[in-house]
Ligand binder design. Structure first.
Ligand SMILES: *Cc1c(COP(=O)(O)O)cnc(C)c1O
Length: 721
């Protein structure tokens, strides 16, 4: 499908292709395309935070005229356009080669409440969304026939600003579809409303937009249509905004509405993947469709299960979405009234097998309606098997039919071009196509130490420049006190060992472990010969006051002069900031309370850039720590949370004081931190060979998608509990 778009109307014929590049996020993970876009106008490229649509809308006609006659630019342009067309047309993909018998006509429909693809499209809040974005990009690379289904939050998540007391203030994000690669999809009759879903006592009209990531198209649903009641127009305004009923309605629109919008667009998926319980109503609606055709409940359930994959991401019981019966009645009654799925059958799908709390449990529904269920790391798989044992009464946890596919990150999106160029020298220019071959990663050892270190120093410089630039813009906008400037990292210097700690401020991620003993932290940071500095970033959920208090504490430390300006807080953690951080710090710190981190992915992003991780042995690190690619805080043998915190704190500081800091400052005869560089290389090797979404998507395809697409019904017994 190619829709006509006139977002960028005045490009000359010779450069018309720039619009196609800008409207497909593929440029984000193609180095030559990125170089070309930057060459259009380097200052504007940086000012728009690498947003090609905004860039092309703002670049002057004179500049475009110049480029259309510049032979160097035209040569680059022609080669990028050639690559782009070849990518779209390619037939000999991994999937086509590995699964020649599986039809690619009917895609896998991948449902997720958030997609983190680019910072210019703020429809994600954190790890889940970034994972979904990376999943789509990798599916495109591997030729997996996949489409995404999500919601278009036209006011985004939220922009983070800390006020003068260090309290997080949440403002709407700047959201202008005109500056995004989004295309409206009208119905065949030209109407914007494609379908409706009974929500409460009203039909809600749904519109949709498309967003392309290489060969994968993502359909984003939108209720902000004139046909809708004012309240319903707001349903898709904000990600995770509003109360419980609002949240249920959003998940309702995503699941039921998502299926109906695909039907309205004439798309017939061959398999369905609910990424996290938010999307479980997708299965419920398909069950209703079957029942409406006269299929029995038992057969309909089997049919829906047979081609459905469900991925759960949370080991914390309270982290699963559940809805009170009153809210469910208020939102879903008129849907039941339409038939043939009645209230009793509906409620039974979301019943918790043990707790008789009467709430509709989205994960329980997901597990009941998918024959293929998985957690997101080996450790998380075991935790999930135990969590849901009661659905298969009498079974050992190890025999609970829940699999594990460890998360990954999209290599070409997260690895800096500087590191890629070093790999080019050793591996030749096409190594990215063979990046799944473990043998090539052994050759990272051959990268020149001095060159790798020099590349790292450059990236660190870029990060510190970025901190200053961000501080400058905040200073102009709203800051009144100079202390803000220190807190934003303007006093950081390039030499000291720099620790990055960036993630959602959720309690279990324990940012406060670092300042449990302020004296010890102060001694570590302000050592005259071997100083250390820390950059924090992360948002707190708007309703999580405890997390906001932790953040406020960090903010107070950033302006405490006794730390000598060695602690910084970088506001508004999103994809652009994340890129700068994972490429520019020296060590990546992660302190989840075991076993509450299902996977974690930011440490993988850092590792791909030669930034080793120091972390508790949780999530992916429990399988990713090789002994030589970073440092692990051993699992605390403790009776209580407080005792575990105390032990972890002690181990954290011991590792920092005795291993990390000395190694970083130990220069060899070449004047290089040779021991450190060895760890950097090991970090790249392990992450590149095992923790990319290429590996992850292939596992999903082999274990789940290909069998589901070929209609193979699992022999696995459905839950009984
Ligand atoms: C990768 C990423 C996350 C998730 O990181 P975790 O290690 O899983 O906490 C969150 N936010 C952004 C912006 C990211 O890029």
């Amino acid at each position: 499908m190619t829709e006509e778009s006139n977002k960028i109307p005045y490009l000359p014929e010779r450069l018309k292709g720039l619009e196609r590049i800008a409207l497909n996020l593929w440029w984000r993970w193609n180095r030559r395309a990125r170089r070309m876009l930057k060459a259009v106008d380097p200052m504007l490229w940086s000012a728009t935070r690498h947003n090609p649509v905004a860039l092309l809308r703002r670049v002057t006609p004179g500049r475009i005229a110049h480029l259309s006659t510049d032979p160097d630019f035209l040569a680059l342009y022609d080669s990028v356009m050639g690559e782009f067309e070849a990518m779209l047309a390619r037939e000999d993909t991994w999937f086509a080669t590995e699964h020649p018998d599986v039809s690619r006509d009917r895609p896998v429909a991948y449902f997720c409440a958030e997609f983190g693809l680019h910072n210019s499209i703020p429809i994600y809040s954190g790890g889940l969304g970034v994972l979904a974005g990376d999943h789509c990009k990798a599916a495109s690379d591997q030729g997996v026939p996949l489409i995404g289904v999500g919601l278009l939050y036209s006011k985004g998540y939220f922009d983070q600003k800390l006020n003068l007391e260090g309290w997080q203030e949440d403002s709407d994000e700047v959201f202008d579809p005109e500056n995004m690669p989004l295309v409206r999809l009208p119905a065949p009759d030209g109407q914007l409303s494609l379908t409706t879903v009974m929500t409460g006592d009203r039909p809600v009209h749904l519109g949709a937009w498309s967003l392309d990531a290489g060969r994968v198209r993502i359909y984003l649903l939108d209720t902000n249509l004139e046909e809708n009641h004012e309240e319903d127009r707001e349903l898709t305004y904000k990600l995770y905004g509003g109360g419980r009923e609002h949240r249920l309605k959003q998940e309702w629109i995503l699941g039921v509405g998502g299926v109906r919008v695909l039907r309205a667009l004439g798309i017939t998926p061959g398999a369905w993947h609910a990424n996290e319980g938010h999307a479980s109503f997708m299965m419920v609606e398909r069950l209703r469709e079957q029942l409406a055709e006269g299929v029995s409940m038992a057969d309909a359930t089997t049919a829906v299960r047979a081609n459905t994959v469900f991925t759960t991401h949370t080991p914390v019981p309270a982290g699963h979405d559940m809805f009170e019966p009153e809210i469910v009645d208020a939102v879903c009654s008129d849907y039941w009234a339409e038939g043939p799925l009645d209230r009793a059958a509906f409620v039974a799908l979301g019943r918790h097998p043990e707790l008789d709390h009467g709430r509709f449990h989205m994960t329980a529904a997901g597990i009941r309606l998918a024959a293929r269920v998985n957690g997101v790391s080996r450790r998380h798989r075991r935790v999930t098997q135990e969590l849901w044992m009661s659905l298969w009464p009498g079974r050992e946890p190890g025999r609970i039919p829940i699999g594990g596919v460890t998360n990954g990150v999209h290599l070409a999106s997260w690895m800096s071009h500087r590191v890629m160029e070093l790999l080019d020298e050793v591996l030749g220019p096409v190594w990215e196509d063979d990046a799944d071959d473990p043998a090539i990663w052994d050759r990272v050892a051959e990268v020149d130490d001095a060159a790798l270190w020099a590349a790292h120093v450059r990236m660190k410089g870029t990060l510190l420049d970025f901190c200053r630039e961000q501080a400058r813009s905040r200073w102009i906008e709203l800051w009144k006190e100079a202390a803000h400037l220190a807190g934003a990292g303007t006093l950081l210097s390039p030499e000291p060992l720099t620790i990055g700690f960036a993630r959602r401020f959720a309690t279990y991620k324990r940012a406060n472990l670092l300042f449990r003993d302020e004296g010890r932290l102060r001694r570590l940071l302000t050592d005259i010969k071997r100083p250390v500095q820390i950059i924090f970033a992360g948002k707190a959920h708007p309703a999580d006051d405890e997390a906001k208090r932790t953040m406020q504490r960090v903010w107070q430390l950033t302006r405490d002069t006794s730390f000598e300006g060695r602690i910084a807080f970088l506001e508004d953690y999103e994809l652009h900031v994340a890129h700068r951080l994972v490429q520019g710090v020296d060590v990546w710190l992660n302190l989840p309370r075991v076993p509450l981190e299902a996977s974690g992915t930011s440490g993988m992003k850092a590792a791909l850039n030669g930034v080793p991780q120091l972390s508790t042995l949780d999530g992916w690190w429990a399988e990713g720590f090789s002994g030589e690619n970073g440092w692990a805080i051993p699992v605390a043998d403790a009776e209580s949370e407080d005792e575990a915190d105390a032990l972890d704190h002690e181990n954290l500081f011991k590792i920092l004081e005795r291993e990390v800091v000395p190694l970083y400052y130990r220069l060899d005869e070449r004047g290089l931190p040779g021991g450190w560089v060895r760890i950097m290389k090991e970090a790249i090797k392990v992450a590149g060979s095992k923790f990319t979404t290429a590996r992850m998507v292939r596992e999903y395809a082999d274990q789940y998608y290909a069998p589901a697409l070929s209609g193979k019904v699992e022999g696995d017994d459905p839950p009984e509990g």
